[in-house]
Design a protein around this ligand. Structure first.
Ligand code: BGC
Length: 369
């Protein structure tokens, strides 16, 4: 855990260094080609089976990914095999094993628990398939070739910054009373989001600008098992009862995503408190509405269409026997190897820039008018 933070910090330094010398891109492409080893050696049939194993539908992005993968893979000429593992880890293990048996040439995995798929990923590699970790890193295994995701650490940083800015806009000076929520500890992203946010918030906790009234500042204390709304709502109820009696105001809550943000807001409303500045992620329809109505403060735009499109481009490169595009070869140490990553840029969205951020998005743009 700590390692990943350090690795990320080094990566940022490295990127900054490369930017100064003006050769970041070519250097990292070259590293990537080396890091990708034999994954793209020979290509495969243009109508091959491509497996996509998705986790539980804990947020809208996963639901959107299903159709996008089905349509996109079909359009590209492949036979897509897109599965959800609503039943949990054992179901996901069985689904990946079944994809191997079907002869899938690429297996794209959005893991429930990225550390529990070692046996199935080894079988996938043994069969000659390429493994792409999608959105969530696959950990403690050699058997993952690439990672495609939005820059998770950046997501956390943007959330931390939005929380501060939102509170400053309401009340110029601190101290501000806040609470901190994190995602599900089995999802590798949860700690990366948390570390990104804390890189912004911790110095402000240390200098007294921010006061975590409950005292619960560790990842372990902040987690939300299964990314479940009911768990976040229950924890918020408990925090309010224990630390915000009487007139004590809650100025802000760091929420790692939209589903949990809405649960936190529900809890605050039920307690009869003023709604604090609450962050989010995913640009879910209900949260965009809430932002436009002045309740939730911010979300993150991680356009699922772009992530799926990038993934399919990577599959197409592999099909032709070419190296897929990656732009980061330093940040994602999975405990066994550093996985070459294709990272997309997340965008912070508040009421102020929503119309601009969702311009051209058929579902979200109309909500901003
Ligand atoms: C994704 C988030 C999502 C969360 C819960 C994370 O791995 O990156 O976008 O909100 O899972 O589904």
């Amino acid at each position: 855990m700590h390692m990943r933070h350090i690795t990320k910090a080094l990566a940022i330094t490295a990127v900054a260094g490369l930017a100064l010398t003006g050769c970041g891109r070519s250097d990292s492409t070259q590293d990537a080609a080396e890091a990708g080893d034999d994954a793209a050696a020979s290509g495969f049939d243009a109508s091959a089976v491509i497996g996509v194993s998705l986790p539980q539908k804990t947020s809208e992005n996963w639901v959107l990914a299903e159709n996008l993968f089905n349509d996109g893979l079909t359009e590209a000429g492949f036979q897509g095999d897109v599965q959800f593992a609503n039943g949990g880890v054992a179901e996901q293990q069985n689904q990946i094993q079944a994809m191997v048996t079907k002869g899938a040439k690429v297996i794209v995995v959005g893991a429930i628990d990225g550390s529990q798929l070692g046996t199935q990923l080894a079988a996938a590699k043994e069969s000659g398939a390429t493994v792409i970790a999608y959105d969530r890193l696959l950990t403690n295994t050699e058997d993952v070739d690439y990672y495609v995701a939005f820059d998770n650490f950046k997501v956390g940083e943007l959330q931390g910054q939005a929380l501060l800015e939102g509170m400053e806009a309401k009340k110029k000076n601190g101290p501000y009373n806040i609470e901190i929520f994190a995602g599900s500890p089995d999802d590798n992203n949860a700690k990366v989001f948390f570390d990104g946010a804390m890189s912004v918030l911790q110095p402000k906790i240390d200098d007294g600008t921010l006061k975590v009234v409950s005292g619960q500042t560790s990842f372990e204390q902040a987690v939300t098992q299964g990314w479940k709304a009911e768990n976040a709502q229950k924890r918020m109820d408990t925090l309010i009862a224990g630390s915000y009696s009487g007139k004590t105001a809650i100025d802000g809550v760091l929420s790692p995503n939209d589903t949990l943000a809405r649960a936190i807001i529900t809890s605050v409303k039920q307690a009869g408190k003023d709604i604090p500045v609450v962050t989010g992620q995913d640009s879910e329809v209900e949260s965009v509405k809430s932002i436009m109505a002045g309740e939730q403060y911010s979300t993150i735009n991680k356009d699922t269409r772009n992530l799926v499109e990038e993934t399919i481009k990577m599959v197409q490169s592999l099909q032709k026997g070419e190296e897929p595009t990656v732009n980061d070869t330093d940040s994602y140490d999975n405990g066994v190897k550093t996985v070459p990553a294709n990272l997309l840029e997340p965008v912070i969205v508040t009421k102020e820039n929503a119309a601009e951020a969702y311009a051209g998005n058929e579902t979200l743009e109309p909500l901003t008018q």
